[in-house]
Design a binder for this molecule. Structure first.
Ligand SMILES: C[S@@+](CC[C@H](N)C(=O)[O-])C[C@H]1O[C@@H](n2cnc3c(N)ncnc32)[C@H](O)[C@@H]1O
Length: 238
């Protein structure tokens, strides 16, 4: 990992190096089981590996799950956070991902842990979800690293770490309001290797400010700080 910049943040290309390394290690790993948060989980090949990033554990602990309410997770990957939400008492958990293998993986893990509240769907962010109504909590651990428009995704794993031209974050920030129940909360996870300035600017376009609510760093990627942001109405931001 290259040295840090004066303000403590990693240099701009550190995210690309981190993303490529994550993809390569996940491809080598393939299908496996792993222990996390006191449970054993299945990981299918081609799905974002919670084993290679502390982010999954961090967000599964830090996101405020609406017990008794409805929770929507975009980009569920292997389904750890969605299952934890169900086991924490959410009445209905909709776990969606653009990667059909991730959706199958989340379904497997929900069945494995008796998380009957978890439903799964293949979706590109919110596309096609209008009929699902509104949720008390919405969350996405988004692909951290922004790349320019000329980058072409080479695999589903690439989609899990790279966000081309901020398309994913824009779709989330522009659409999330329509899926929030009155009094509900929307969160987004982004690491310090991501482009916070871009996230803030896009959020502002859709009337949001991003408020940092928790940070965490631990092995296996201690050099990355994972950050949970809550979306608040721009006018309500101090
Ligand atoms: C950083 S991974 C997080 C996975 C999982 N939530 C976790 O924490 O282990 C991002 C996830 O978003 C999914 N994703 C990427 N682009 C998407 C899109 N446009 N719509 C829905 N899901 C997307 C990826 O397939 C990947 O599973």
């Amino acid at each position: 990992m290259p040295d840090r910049q004066q303000d403590g943040s990693p240099p701009p290309d550190a995210g690309v190096a981190e993303g490529l390394s994550l993809i390569a290690r996940a491809e080598q790993d393939g299908e496996r089981t792993f222990r996390m948060l006191g449970r054993e989980w299945k990981l299918l090949s081609g799905v974002f590996s919670p084993v290679l990033s502390y982010g999954t554990v961090f967000y599964s602990r830090a996101v405020p799950f609406p017990a008794g309410g409805r929770f929507l997770e975009i980009g569920c990957g292997a389904g750890v956070t969605a299952v934890q939400a169900a086991l924490a008492g959410c009445e209905d958990v909709l776990a969606v991902d653009i990667n059909p293998r991730a959706v199958a993986n989340a379904r497997l893990n929900a069945a494995r842990h008796g998380a009957t509240a978890v439903r799964t769907r293949v979706a590109d962010v919110f596309a096609g979800l209008r009929g699902e109504g509104v949720f008390d909590g919405v969350f996405w651990n988004i692909p951290y690293v922004s790349l320019a428009a000329d980058y072409v995704h080479t695999s589903p794993l690439s989609r899990a770490v790279f966000d081309i031209e901020h398309q994913g974050s824009r779709a989330y920030l522009s659409g999330v309001r329509d899926f929030l129940a009155h009094g509900g909360s929307a969160h987004v996870g982004l690491g310090n290797i991501g482009d916070l300035r871009a996230l803030e600017n896009i959020a502002a376009e859709y009337g949001w400010a991003v408020r940092l609510v928790a940070t965490g760093a631990a092995e296996p990627d201690l050099h990355v700080e994972h950050r949970l942001y809550r979306l608040v109405d721009h006018d309500a931001h101090p």
